[in-house]
Write a protein that binds this ligand. Sequence first.
Ligand code: CP
Ligand code: NVA
Length: 314
Amino acid sequence: MQHFLKETDFTLSQAAEVFTLAHALKQGRGRHTPPTLKGQTWAMIFSKSSTRTRVSFDVGIHELGGHPIFLNKNDIQLGRGESIYDTANVLSRFVHGLIVRTYEQSEIEQLAELGSVPVINALTDYLHPCQIFTDAFTMAERWADGTNFLESLKGKKLAYFGDTANNIANSWILGAAMFGMELVLAGPEGYEPGEDIQKTLADSGFAPTWSFTKDPEEAAKDADVLYTDTWVSMGQEEESVDRIRVMKPYSVTSDLMKRGKSDALFMHDLPAYKDMEAQADVLYGPQSVIFDEAENRLHTQKAIMSILAEAKRR
Ligand code: CP
Ligand code: NVA
C-alpha cells in the first residue's frame, strides 16, 4: 500500500508524473477530468483549522468522481478522546482513502501501518508534503516548456525566511534535495533545522542541498525564489510574542526581493500575516504567485490521489 506522508514517499518518476498530470488536469478542468476516484469515498480527518487544504481536497475528490466526507475532530468521537488510530481503523472499513491533518507525524505513520487504504498527509507539525509538491509545480509551470517540469527545478536557488524549524521548512529540506534545488534557510538562532529532519533526509537516500544562515541578505542573493511562512504555526500560539520578536529581521521586504534575481518569484503557502513575515507590497506585488500556489493545491492533489488510487488497484 502506497501512502503520501512525506515528499520522499514518492519516487522521482512519480513526482514527475504528479507534475505532468497536474498540468493536464489544470488545462482540462471543466472540460475533461478522468474519473479516477469513481465510486470511491475519501474521508478527511482534520484536527486543525484549514481553508485551502480542506476545500481543495473536497473539490478535487468530487471532480475525480469520488465522494468526500469532511470530519472535523470536534464533530466526531476523536474530539472526545477516541484515538486517531481507532478512528482511522474504523473509517478504513468504510472508505477508500484517508486525508489527515494533525499534530504528530507519528500519528499518520501509525494510520499508514494499518495498510488497508492510502493515507495522505494534509499537514502535521513535522511536514506539509502536499504544499511542497504544489509549490514545486507552481515554479515548474513557469520554468518548464510544458514537459520538463522536474528538470526545470534542477539547480534553482530557493531562499526561505523566518521559522526554519517548522513543517514547511522541514518539507523544503526534503523537497529541495529530491528536486535538486539549492535551499538556503535564513532564520534566528535557536530555530535551525532539527536533527530529526536531517535523519529523515539521510534515510531517504537523497543528498542534502540545504544550508542555514542568520543573514537574510546572504540567503536572498541571486535567489530564484524567496519563500516565507507564518512565524507562529498552529499550536504555537503561546510562543507568539517571542517568535515575532526574534523573526522580525526576516520579514520579506521589497529591498530583500531586489537581492534575488530580477525575475525571482515570491512565494508563501498561506495563510499570510500581512506586514509580519512579508510586507504587503511584496505579498501583493508583481513577483508574488501566492494565489497560483493556492489554486495549484487542487490540481496537484488530484494528481496525487489519482496516482495512489491507481497504485492500490495494481
Ligand atoms: N497552505 C495551507 O495548507 O493552507 P490551509 O491551512 O488553509 O489549508
Ligand atoms: N506552518 C504553518 C503552515 C500552515 C499551512 C502551520 O503549521 O500553521
